[in-house]
Design a protein around this ligand. Structure first.
Ligand code: DSN
Length: 442
């Protein structure tokens, strides 16, 4: 790996970037929100548009010199509209959290009630988690999932009738099952609330036809652009036909919430790069890609179940899996996450619904297949990955989380030292051999 300029101009930083490239190239990226962008997406992101300020919107900027950037933003917007089948898109949010904040800012008054999936049940921080600013400025009324991992629609409907939220979020970050957007739409319509679908995790599956679209049922859709959609870090807010019918001013309200409400200059390089990713997502190969993501997630689920792992909801309909580690003891997610990392298998510890432990020591592990599918791995490779994971889990099966804080910290220190064992570097070598067979541009 070589850089044209960095190697000379800033070798210290160049070394760090190479360290990360090596990690991405030689390890298994199983974090469901991560992916590998194409060289074309990366090129647009590193283009001269990074030099340009363009506060405002196409045709209405506060800076001169917009010949190219106006066309870039319009092209990205048009591509998103056509791909998601919606009449309006804002492509300027810096990322998912700012996009969701803009929705609150556009639609709610301070103190208004809203509903979102509890973080501990797979929701996002910005869907009303108690430590998020969203629950400081607006009144968060969370809903949850049933023990089988499905949304508890009965409780949600009852609570919606009682609390009359102005806005209901659907979507999440750790939901392995299809989202019934139609049922959400009915509940929101009964009380006159806005339904906002945050499809950050599954937007690539939606445009690829591997997950139903919320467009007929939601008023607004938010999504990040860097997960299954395989673009750069960024986000979009869309207004659907249904949203326009409810409030024809929604596009203007969203635009104003982004700027001057929350943001200044849009990151035009990211917007160009989003445009490239949207173009890629409109190609026939992307349909195949999104289908294979789900196929691989199911194969990985089957492989893990064969090795004795328990999965929340018993499997998956999308790109992600949530492993319930409680059969081996509570709060063990951190140990498996770190042990797998020592073997160059990257996952993330995660709460499971009704978790008996705490967010730092959760009882689950979240996995996903978007990145390994980008590397063109398939079902056979998912079986190998399940085998690697099972060997690592077996190695640490006797590690149990102590009850008190001091003992936990002491154990974690001792556990981390144990990860120097050759057992992990040997598996990492096998992981590298697998990765070498499925090269990826990083
Ligand atoms: N933090 C993201 C995820 O990993 O799911 C959601 O924003």
């Amino acid at each position: 790996m070589q850089y044209n300029f960095l190697d000379q101009k800033d070798p210290q930083m160049a070394e760090l970037l190479k360290l990360e490239q090596t990690r991405q190239r030689d390890g298994l990226a199983l974090i469901p929100s991560e992916n590998y962008v194409s060289p074309a997406v990366m090129e647009a992101l590193g283009s001269s548009l990074t030099n340009k300020y363009a506060e405002g919107y196409p045709g209405k900027r506060y800076y001169s010199g917009n010949i190219a950037v106006d066309k870039v933003e319009n092209l990205a917007r048009d591509r998103a509209k056509s791909l998601f089948g919606v009449p309006y898109v804002n492509v300027q949010p810096y990322s998912g959290s700012p996009a969701n904040f803009a929705v609150y800012f556009a639609l709610l008054e301070p103190g208004d009630a809203f509903m979102g999936l509890d973080l501990l049940h797979g929701g996002h921080l910005t869907h009303g988690w108690k430590f998020s600013a969203t629950s400081k400025f607006w009144k968060s009324v969370p809903y949850g999932v049933l023990p089988d991992g499905q949304i508890d629609f009965e409780a949600l409907e009852k609570s919606a009738q009682e609390n009359k939220p102005k806005l209901i979020w659907c979507g999440g970050t750790a939901l392995p099952r299809l989202i019934d957007f139609e049922r959400f739409g009915k509940i929101a319509d009964e009380i006159g609330a806005y339904l906002v679908a945050d499809v950050s995790h599954i937007s690539g599956l939606i445009v690829g036809g591997a997950h139903p679209s919320p467009a007929p049922f939601a008023h607004l859709i938010t999504t990040t652009t860097h997960k299954t959609l395989r673009g750069p870090r960024g986000a979009m807010i869309m207004v659907t036909e249904k949203g326009l019918a409810k409030d024809a001013e929604l596009p203007e309200k969203i635009d104003k919430a982004i700027i001057p409400g929350l943001q200044g200059g849009p990151h035009m390089n990211a917007i160009a790069s989003i445009g490239v990713a949207l173009h890629e997502a409109s190609q026939p190969e992307f349909k195949d890609y999104s289908r294979r993501i789900v196929e691989n997630a199911r194969a990985l689920a089957d492989g893990l179940i064969e090795h004795g792992f328990k999965l929340v909801s018993g499997g998956t309909d999308n790109h992600l899996l949530l492993v319930d580690l409680t059969p081996g003891g509570n709060g063990r997610g951190v140990f498996l996450h770190e042990a797998l990392e020592a073997a160059h298998i990257y996952t993330n510890k995660n709460m499971i619904p009704g978790d008996p432990s705490t967010p730092f020591y959760p009882s689950g592990l979240r996995l996903g297949t978007p990145a390994v599918t980008t590397r063109a791995m398939g079902k056979d490779e998912m079986a190998l990955i399940a085998d690697f994971m099972s060997r690592v889990a077996e190695k640490i099966k006797d590690v149990q989380l102590p009850g008190d804080k001091e003992s936990r910290l002491a154990l974690l220190k001792e556990f981390r030292a144990s990860l120097q064992d050759a057992f992990y570097s040997d598996i990492a070598a096998e992981v590298k051999m697998l990765c070498d067979r499925f090269p990826v541009e990083v």
